[in-house]
Structures are given as C-alpha cells and as structure tokens.
Design a protein around this ligand. Structure first.
Ligand code: ZN
Ligand code: ZN
Length: 366
C-alpha cells in the first residue's frame, strides 16, 4: 500500500532564514522518474552545510528559492517506480545523505564512486541532470517527504536505530571514508582527530571501533571528558601555543583527520604530530589557502589530503559496521516543528554533538 506524498517543508527564502525565519510551505518535488522513490521523512540531522547555505554563505538564499535544506534524511519508502535500485520496496527504511544523484555514465559512476561524478546533484539546491527530473532543483530533508533517485536512498540494516542513522549520512560517512581509506586500526594504528564536534565525535567513535588508538585534539580541556567517553585514549588541549602543546606528542600519529574549519589553519604546526609517511586529511572547508613549506613534507614523507563525503556503497558498509560494533552517535532530538529554534541553537554551537529533527506526525520518535 502506498500513501500519496504531500511535499511541504521548512523553506529558506532570504538570508535571515537561519535565524529562525524558515517558512513552512508547499514545494515542488523533482519530476518523477521510474527509478525514484518517495520517502516519508522521520528524521533529519542538521549539518553545518545546511546552516551555511541558509545563511547566504554560498550565495544569496533567494538565488534558489525556496531552499529546502537538510541532507541527513531517514524515512520510510512510500512509493517506488518500475525500476528501483538497491532492491528498494515500499515500507523499507532508507537514508539519504548529501548526494542524491549522479550521471551513471562516467568512469566514477561505473566504479561506484559517484561522489566524484562531475555531474552529481547534491541533496539540496542543486539541479538534477537526468531523465524527466532534468533541471528540477533538489529539495532536502527539512520537510515531510523527500523524492529522489533510489540509488541514493540507502537501506538501513536491521539493528540500526533510524534516529542515530541520520547523522551518519553526511557527517558520519565524511569521516568514515578517510578512516577506511587510510586503514585506521590497521595501517594507521594511531589516529588523531582535530575538533570534537559533530564530525569529530563520530570520527572518534568510528576510529575507536576500527581498533585505532585515538588522540582527540581540541582547543581547550572542555571536551576532554566527552572525548574519553567516546573512545579517545589521549587528549591534547591546544591552547594558544600549538608548538608547545604538540611537542610531547611529536611523531605519534599515523593519520590525522581534521574536522574543524577555522577561517585559517596553520597546517605546518600540526605536521610534527605525524609519524613518517603519515597523512593529514582535511574534511572541513578552510576558507584561507593553506600555507606550507615543502621541507617538512619531504623530510617526513608526509601527505596533506582532502576527502569528499562517501559513495552509497561506503554508506552501506558504514551502516553495517556501526551495527556490528554497536556505535551510536550522540544526538539531541528536536521536533521538526521547532526548527526555527533548533537552527539558531545549532549556530551557537550548542549540539552535543548532533541535532536531529523529528517528524512526530510521520511516526518519528522524540
Ligand atoms: Zn557520473
Ligand atoms: Zn553535511
């Protein structure tokens, strides 16, 4: 049995949207394609990119109007077309992350590395590029229903709570992918995580689950207790003098995942933490270009890398992994009706460590 979806959501209409000015209204979903699904949204996490877009940091909000953001979506499939991917059926629980389409034809797509597809659609404010939906603007999860390609609606395995699955879909997979790529717990026994926030707390949980010794690196001691509970075995409070703070920990880490995104990042100061052949991997956008001289890179045979979300297969692997290891992100739930209070609170840095919005009328549980 299927329910007819009614597409209503909390729309950003101007640059004050994030300050408690999202408006609940109907919106146009993408035009239906036979590989699409309609999903009744139960939960949606709030990620930094939602706040950036709704604050006008990616260009005036009214450039794309209405903006229905939210890209850590979990819900129940209510409609499938004649050619669904992932074996999706009505009634199934699925998750949708930051990406909701790709071309299916380029080498990246054929290799199932859709997150590198040059013609991909992100889950909000982005034009779809294929089929009937070509030109339709993607609408995200701050809404009652979502419609999009089933390839990007990832089935939740048994044993995964749908509320804690939400933050894994963007924040989680963004750190899972480089931890997996660089061999956390195997090749990279000692992993540093810079920033204990939405992404950082999941990086600590996941790296610990992979068997790595985790060092949490944060500005002050204020998150030390939490970091240890999350599974870190060491903690560095940087203070204002990075060189002094890092000296006792020189050459102790195989991999550093940098989840913080200050306006500028003195990357050279962090490199002495790396063991030879170590990798410093950025997942947070730092607006100012990095400044680094080549000498320490060459002497340490160090790599500075970036990493971009994760593909649908990686999300599936991560889901299985967190069930197997009983890993649960720390979330605080808000009724989605309260989104105009949740967004300003998110902006103040209140989450410990991820806000998840709940559609109680769709069956989500607070
Ligand atoms: Zn492609
Ligand atoms: Zn995100």
């Amino acid at each position: 049995m299927s329910t007819e979806a009614v597409f209503k959501g909390w729309a950003g209409l101007d640059d004050k949207a994030c300050q408690g000015n999202l408006k609940f209204q109907e919106f146009e979903p993408k035009k239906w394609d036979e590989d699409d699904v309609d999903v009744k949204i139960l939960y949606c996490g709030i990620c930094g990119s939602d706040a950036s877009a709704l604050s006008g940091e990616w260009g005036p909000v009214d450039n794309v109007c209405p903006q229905i953001c939210g890209h850590e979506i979990v819900g129940e499939v209510t409609k499938v077309g004649t050619s669904p991917d992932n074996g999706i059926k009505v009634g199934q629980l699925v998750g949708i992350g930051a990406q909701s389409d790709s071309c299916r034809e380029c080498d990246n797509c054929k290799d199932h590395k859709e997150n590198f597809c040059p013609k991909q659609a992100i889950t909000f404010n982005s034009p779809y590029g294929r089929g009937n939906g070509k030109g339709s603007i993607s609408r995200g999860g701050f809404a009652k229903y979502w419609r999009g390609p089933s390839r990007f609606a990832i089935p939740l395995p048994d044993g995964l709570d749908p509320d804690i699955a939400a933050p894994l879909l963007c924040g989680g997979v963004t750190v899972f992918t480089p931890l997996e790529r660089y061999g956390a717990g195997t090749k990279a026994k000692n992993v540093g995580v810079i920033g204990v926030g939405g992404l950082g707390h999941m990086a600590i949980l996941l790296a610990n689950g992979m068997g790595a010794n985790v060092t949490a690196i944060s500005r002050s001691d204020s998150k030390k207790e939490d970091a240890m509970k999350l599974g870190a075995s060491n903690y560095i409070a940087m203070g204002d003098d990075l060189k002094k703070a890092f000296e006792p920990h020189a050459r102790s880490l195989d991999l550093i995942i940098c989840t913080s995104n200050p306006s500028e990042l003195p990357v050279a100061d962090y490199l002495p933490l790396l063991k030879p052949e170590g990798t410093f991997c950025l997942v947070g956008i730092v607006p100012k270009p990095l400044e680094i001289s080549t000498f320490p890179l060459i002497m340490g045979t160090a790599a500075i890398a970036g990493s971009n979300i994760g593909n649908p297969d990686a999300i599936s692997r991560m889901f299985k992994f967190v069930v197997e290891k009983n890993i649960k992100p720390w979330i605080q739930k808000w009724d989605m009706e309260e989104i105009n209070k949740a967004m300003p609170s998110f902006q103040k840095g209140d989450p410990r460590y991820r806000f998840v919005l709940v559609n109680t009328d769709n069956g989500g549980k607070l």
